[in-house]
Design a protein around this ligand. Sequence first.
Ligand SMILES: Nc1ncnc2c1ncn2[C@@H]1O[C@H](COP(=O)(O)OP(=O)(O)OP(=O)(O)O)[C@@H](O)[C@H]1O
Ligand SMILES: [Mg+2]
Length: 472
Amino acid sequence: MSLAKKLPWVFKYRPRRIDELVNQEEAKRLFIEWLNSWFQGKPGKKAVLLYGPPGSGKNSLVEAAAKERGLELIEMNASDYRRSTDIERIAIVSSRGGSLKSDRGRIIVLDEVDGVSATADLGALESILNLIENTSHPVVLIANDPWDPKLRELRDACMMIEFKRLTKTDVKKVLRSICSSERLECEEEALSYIAEKAEGDLRSAINDLEAVGEGFGKVTLATVKALLRARDRDLNIFDVVRKIMISKYAWQAREASTQTDLAPDELIKWVHENLPRQALDPDDLWRAYEALSRADVYLSRIIRTGNWDLLSYAVDMMTAGVALSIKNEDYKYKWVKYSFPETIRLMVKTREARQVREDLARLIASHLKCSTSTVKSDVIPYLKVIFDNNPEYAAKLALGLNLSESMIRYLSESKGDTIVRQVERFRQEIRKTGTEGKPTSTIPESRPSSKRTEKKEVKSSRGLEDFFKKQL
Ligand SMILES: Nc1ncnc2c1ncn2[C@@H]1O[C@H](COP(=O)(O)OP(=O)(O)OP(=O)(O)O)[C@@H](O)[C@H]1O
Ligand SMILES: [Mg+2]
């Protein structure tokens, strides 16, 4: 089976060109005109807001346009908006000319902006408005429902482009063409039934078609009804995980994963967390974990290489792989209580510390001219030892590197206070001698137990290099 054949159909049959999008003629026209105006250097509005029902082609249009014109997409979605700093980071990238990857033009995409109003961080809206004002690249906002009063300013800053709910005829047209590409036998009434249930959401219609095609090999009204009648589109994530575990056939487990919007890298956490609750037979458990670990390997390979063809293998492993591993029926169908993934909880809890570590790594990396991951693995652990054991020396390092208080506390929980105070004393000392900012100044070697009493020179607010050269 070829790789392409294993890709989920919503990826495989994504429109590659703008004219492959069905319907949405008005939206396509307005969007193309706007994009052209950008590249002729005269955008009327710097941003557009694409809005309309789910699965009607909003992201597809942007992606097709980017592909046609060789533009790079920089995308963010609702979960990124909780921190306005993340948006500012994008804003900085977007105001610069070329990118690290290439010198191609770019489109900045902010998906699910209607999610912003629900989050506590209203600073995010401010940051988005700022981004629109200062950007030197086209900005595309996407929302299902843009009419929240909180989004008024955003609406004013954007050209509004509406996507219509796709008609049953539109949906059927796409389904029919997929059936013919897949050489899948299908009955007209079966496609009508799928289209009817989809209520204009082409994504869910394509997913339904794939589930039926994969499960039964042909699409008849009977098979469609058998599969879809029981289907509840709003299955919650616990139900999805449960469905995966109790699936008897591979296709059932795969199909369950299409009933959630959760990305595979999230889904795997849910399965991982709850697997040992369901699969109590040790034989089942190791087999299932074997499958999960393979899924994990594929996922990290996708991240490393950008090879999305591996996605369907990862999904197969974490759904079908797990389902078929749990064989002991004493446990397989037993109802057990599931819980929220511990890793996600932990990530939320440690978010601040991780941010400090990230900033620290970046700061040191810029001094040492190496990568941040090298700093994290080879430098920070040693710094922690120094900071825990030699506050005096640590304070000098902190001063030389210009570390913030939270960075110092990150490096040493127990001695953080002492070091911060010591740094402050050094600063005062420098100020007292009135030499701050001048090429040389002195820091007293004030370690009481030290026999060394000579004073050494240091440029007070310079970087590590100077500090090491002159001070140590
Ligand atoms: N107008 C269309 N023409 C062709 N295919 C479409 C169209 N709209 C949606 N699709 C199909 O449905 C899938 C989902 O579409 P897309 O991601 O563009 O939806 P969306 O409008 O962004 O929805 P949401 O609001 O849920 O994010 C695509 O992979 C594509 O295959
Ligand atoms: Mg979308």
